[in-house]
Design a protein around this ligand. Sequence first.
Ligand SMILES: [Zn+2]
Length: 232
Amino acid sequence: MIFKLFPNCASYIRNFSETGSPLAADIITSFQLWNAKKFDECRAIILLDVMKIPYTQIVKGDIYGSEQTFLDAISSFVTCLQYRHCTGVKCPLPPISNVYPSKDFVIRSPRMLEVIYSGKTSSALCDGCKTPNCETSFNWPTTGCPPFFMYSIAHGTGTTAVEGDVMPKHTIMGKKYSLFAYTVKSGDHFYAVLNYKGKKYVYDGMNADEILSFRSAPPGHKLSTVWCTLDD
Ligand SMILES: [Zn+2]
């Protein structure tokens, strides 16, 4: 939907495709199939080529955890840099590393996002050598920030992040993003809620004749992922 509704997001993914990203090419092909209402072929590309789920597993209907598998698969679209200043003499971690927010961090609550990606330096026990006061900060790569950003919310025991907890505006490493969509988990079932031009639309499955059914989301369901788009 981000691809369909936001021209800057579509051209961003087209640029990836033009520089030889098979992932971006598969995503573009899947949208062309979707537009042509070839939903089965669209789904096949997403499951087999993008998410790389083995065919035998799909036939069994075992696609548990597939939302995170999808976020992992497309994580290279949204990257940032992690800077680390560790005083440990044998620290195995590099001073600068690439981070894929949708894959590398699962966040307990939307508020945590702005803390992690504040751009400020934080100090903690080093993940690599356990030296105290290892200083880390995040920033966008020199190529700039992406036109969209997505992150995963931890679900499981003790997590209570619900749709009312997600902020309409996010500041991520100094850039303003607006909430576009979130997925909600209800038991074993997931659906997406899109926020577009002041209205909420629930999207629940690719089989529907109508791609978007306009209805309100039931309250209290747990958040699963959040998608934002860059403000102008
Ligand atoms: Zn270290």
